[in-house]
Design a protein around this ligand. Structure first.
Ligand SMILES: [Zn+2]
Length: 114
């Protein structure tokens, strides 16, 4: 948590803005190719007549959603966490088959003891 706070203090000008109409996110690092906005342009520096490239909403329709580092990094961490628990169908079959085989062996061993 402390790292994110420090990052926000270091780069407050790189806040991203999300279009509340369509969900488009303006990222200062990328700019806006379609409207000749060079990368590194802050949202506040965009021309007053700049419109959302997706739905042409005005700048006032955008909401500050914070710098890119925090949200995207959090999503990546989530992906790593889920990736460990996500099994492919093949892996699931191996697990199921393995459990059945173990159960069968256990069943046979019980007979062996009697
Ligand atoms: Zn939009």
């Amino acid at each position: 948590m402390s790292e994110q706070a420090e990052q926000a203090v270091e780069t407050p000008e790189l806040d991203r803005y999300e279009c509340r109409s369509c969900g488009y996110v303006y990222e200062p690092e990328k700019g806006d190719d379609k409207q000749d906005i060079p990368s590194g342009t802050l949202f506040a520096e965009l021309p007053a007549d700049w419109r959302c490239p997706v739905c042409t909403a005005k700048k006032v329709a955008f909401a500050n959603i914070g710098p890119a580092g925090t949200a995207s990094g959090f999503k990546e961490n989530l992906g790593y966490g889920l990736g460990v628990n996500q099994l492919t169908p093949t892996q699931k079959n191996i697990l199921i088959f393995g459990a059945l085989a173990l159960g069968f062996l256990f069943f046979i061993s019980l007979y062996g003891l009697q």
